[in-house]
Structures are given as structure tokens and as C-alpha cells.
Write a new protein. Structure first.
Length: 440
């Protein structure tokens, strides 16, 4: 027994001594890294003590530590942040579908506090805040050195109170000021209408915990009315929950990859696949996107585009291709940490670059449209031998007021509607061209 013990101890000693010999660079680098970290921590504690002892006024150490953590997160990327206990609770409430504020999704872009998109129907949306607006002041406080969470904290507040946002907008020479009254922002993320010729319209404004459930219900109602084509509107959708983006994509896909993520740890590497649905949805889909289409909305757009399930129409998307994980901490606070990048089914990383639409079509407001030259067509003359005008009138009468307004004021929706109405003809032309190319 003694000999065995001596042999084991000798072997352990040999391993301890020999590891630095065989792997000198690795061990030296690890030791030096640790020494560097410890020295930095010693320096941090030294500064903390000096402030506690010598600062002109007494200050709460927690405030100093929280401030230091915020600074550390700010050094990473615009989407990583530190949340206090109250801020973390607020985030959890928001993902469940309700919060108090003005209704905008914001980010830090090019070192400026930027609106990703206003949430449809909210005070900010009604006031005229637009995707791409740069917020330079909140209640006359400059946002230059504000963190993302600080900005959110300043913008949110009790229902009925007001907040002033000073904004720089592309194409406008002077800053714009908006005084907005805060309200409870209930986020029902799915809206639906039946448009002409059995074409349905579904808008997803954000990806919350009930989005997939709401979407399936909306589709069931439209399908009962004889749905033959779908416009899926993801414009100004700032994103939300990753799992909801995957489930929404799965509603329209029967197989193939939806999205993959890659991070430093194996646990962050994931591939999500589509599954066969109980309900077959073979109708054509046109997805509308713009510069306010971000994050989870880009996952859905990329999944449907790469799997050839939908035609993407509009303008280039925002380009947020990173995944954030919320990590609760011991005192009730939390980190929102970027832990991975996501990739579309074809392997595209759309961080910064965004998703290019299949058909580029900028939005034109009704006022701008009136300035465009419009050619007179046969149908505009009133009476015609085919009775087209009467048919169109009867079709319009069946539509809801909101659907009529949508078609009248939105050139991108009108374009998507026409595409779907003539889908079979377009498909024949495309397939014919492909066949001709293959024969050559």
C-alpha cells in the first residue's frame, strides 16, 4: 500500500512539474492573464476605497459598483447592458405584452441613440416618430453619454405624464421636438384583414410571448374565408423573442433550417429546424420589410427567403444579427449580454448588412404619390364593356374600412396585393423562363 501511495504521489508530482515543461506558453499566458485580472481588480478596489474615504460627499457604494458595471457593459456592444432589479422586472413585464411609456424600440447606432421603429398605434407612432430618427435629447438632457438602459428609463414613466424628445431626422435641417404623453402600451402583436380577391393581410408588430398563438388564430380566421394568398407585414417590427421568431417561421415551413446561432460556447450553438404542420399552407406569401425590420423579424424574413417560401418586398432591413441572453444576478439585477450571432438558412450573417429584399420598393406616402405623373387608363373612364368598375366597387364594399384605408394609402401593400392576385401568371412566366434557360 505504501509503495502504491508513493507511486501515485510521485506521478502527481511529475505531472505538476512536467505540464509547464510540455506546455510552457499556455501555462505562462494563463498565469499572466490571471495576474492581469487580479491587478485590475486590486486597482478597482483601491479606487472604490479612495472615493469612499475622500469624495466631497458620502456616496452609496452600490451606486458606484452599478456605475462601474454599466461602464463595463458599454465597452462591449450597443445591445449588451446591465439592468437593476426594477429594470429587470420591467423587461419581464414588457415581454409578456404590456408596459408604460411612449412605444418605441431604440438602440445605439453610430454612437447615437436611434429609433429602430415606433410600435404601431402607440403615442410615439401617432406623434410621428419614425424609424431611423436620432434622439439627441430627452427632456432637454443630451443623450450623447447615455447608455441604452438609461435612455429607456428616462423615456418611460407613469401613464399621463409627458416626455419631450428632440430628434434629428435625415433630410430635415433643424432638430424636431416631440412632446409625447406616456400611456400603457398593450402589445397585441398580430393584426389581420381580408383584402380583395381572397388575399389576406397579417401584420406582426413585435415578437412577444403570445405572438405565434395570435398568428395561428388570425390565419384560421382568414383561411375560413378562403385565403389564397398572404401579405405578411414585418415593417417597423423591432424584433423580440427568438423562440417566437422560430415558431412563427415554422408555421409557414414544412422542412429545412429556420436559423442557426454561433457563439463562443457550445451551448450557444444551435440549429432550429422546421417541422411538418398539421395544417397545410401552400398559398403564396409576400413579406413586406423596411429599415425598421430588425432582429427576430429579420430571422423570419431570412428563413422564408432562403427556403424559397416567400417573396421579400420593400427596402433593406435594419441588420441586427446578434442574440442577447438575459442572465439574472444574485441581487435581483440582470445582464442582457450578447452571446451569439445568428445565421439565415443559407449561412448568411446579416449583422449590419441586413436582408436585401427580392424586389426593392420604397414606401411612397399618399402626398408624394399625388405628385407623380398618373396615366389615364381604360378603367378610369367609368363605363366599359367588361363592367370592371362595377366589379371593383362590389369588391371594395365587402372590405373593412381599415383594409380600404390600407390599400389606398400604402403603395407597398398595393404592389404585394397585385403580385398575389396575378401569382399564377407570374409563376408560369418564371417557370417558363427557367425551363428555357435549362434547355440552352
Amino acid at each position: 500500500m505504501n509503495r502504491k501511495r508513493i507511486l501515485v504521489v510521485s506521478l502527481l508530482l511529475f505531472l505538476i512539474i512536467s505540464v509547464p515543461f510540455f506546455y510552457p506558453h499556455k501555462c505562462t499566458s494563463r498565469v499572466s492573464e490571471r495576474e492581469g485580472i487580479y491587478k485590475s481588480l486590486d486597482l478597482f478596489v483601491e479606487v472604490l476605497r479612495e472615493i469612499e474615504k475622500n469624495y466631497v460627499e458620502p456616496i452609496d457604494p452600490r451606486k458606484l459598483i452599478y456605475g462601474a458595471i454599466r461602464g463595463m457593459m458599454k465597452a462591449l456592444d450597443p445591445h449588451s447592458s446591465f439592468m437593476t432589479k426594477d429594470e429587470y422586472k420591467e423587461l419581464m413585464i414588457e415581454t409578456k405584452g404590456k408596459f408604460t411609456g411612449v412605444g418605441i424600440e431604440i438602440t445605439i447606432k453610430d454612437n447615437s441613440l436611434t429609433v429602430v421603429s415606433p410600435i404601431e398605434g402607440t403615442p410615439a407612432y401617432k406623434a410621428g416618430i419614425k424609424a431611423g430618427d436620432k434622439i439627441i435629447k430627452i427632456d432637454d438632457k443630451p443623450t450623447r453619454d447615455m447608455t441604452l438602459m438609461d435612455a429607456v428609463k428616462h423615456i418611460r414613466g407613469p401613464k399621463g405624464t409627458k416626455v419631450k424628445l428632440t430628434i434629428l431626422r435625415k433630410g430635415v435641417d433643424k432638430p424636431l421636438e416631440f412632446v409625447i404623453t406616456r400611456d400603457v402600451i398593450p402589445i397585441r402583436s398580430v393584426k389581420k384583414y381580408m383584402l380583395a380577391s381572397h388575399i389576406g393581410y397579417v401584420r406582426i408588430s413585435s415578437f412577444q410571448s403570445n405572438t405565434t398563438k395570435e398568428l395561428k388564430q388570425a390565419l384560421r380566421e382568414l383561411e375560413k374565408k378562403g385565403l389564397k394568398g398572404l401579405i405578411l407585414d414585418l415593417r417597423n417590427n423591432p424584433g423580440g423573442l427568438l423562440n417566437q421568431a422560430i415558431e412563427v417561421s415554422d408555421v409557414f415551413l414544412e422542412s429545412g433550417i429556420i436559423v442557426s446561432t454561433k457563439g463562443r460556447k457550445k451551448a450557444q450553438n444551435m440549429v432550429a429546424y422546421a417541422h411538418r404542420n398539421l395544417v397545410e399552407r401552400n398559398y403564396p406569401i409576400v413579406v413586406l420589410v423596411n429599415g425598421g425590420t430588425a432582429s427576430a423579424a429579420e430571422i423570419v424574413s431570412g428563413a422564408l427567403q432562403d427556403n424559397k417560401r416567400a417573396l421579400i418586398v420593400g427596402t433593406k432591413t435594419f441588420g441586427k444579427g446578434s442574440v442577447q441572453t438575459v442572465i439574472p444576478l444574485s441581487d435581483g439585477s440582470a445582464l442582457r449580454l450578447t452571446t451569439a450571432r445568428y445565421y439565415t438558412p443559407s449561412g448568411r450573417c446579416i449583422q449590419v448588412t441586413g436582408i436585401e429584399p427580392d424586389i426593392e420598393l420604397p414606401f411612397i406616402s399618399p402626398k408624394e404619390l399625388k405628385r407623380k405623373i398618373r396615366f389615364l387608363r381604360e378603367v378610369d373612364l367609368g363605363k366599359n364593356i367588361l363592367g370592371v368598375k362595377k366589379k371593383e366597387k362590389r369588391e371594395e364594399e365587402r372590405l373593412s374600412k381599415r383594409a380600404k384605408k390600407l390599400i389606398r394609402n400604402d403603395n407597398q401593400v398595393r404592389f404585394a396585393l397585385k403580385l398575389l392576385e396575378h401569382w399564377d401568371s407570374i409563376k408560369q412566366v418564371v417557370e417558363g423562363s427557367s425551363a428555357a434557360e435549362s434547355e440552352r
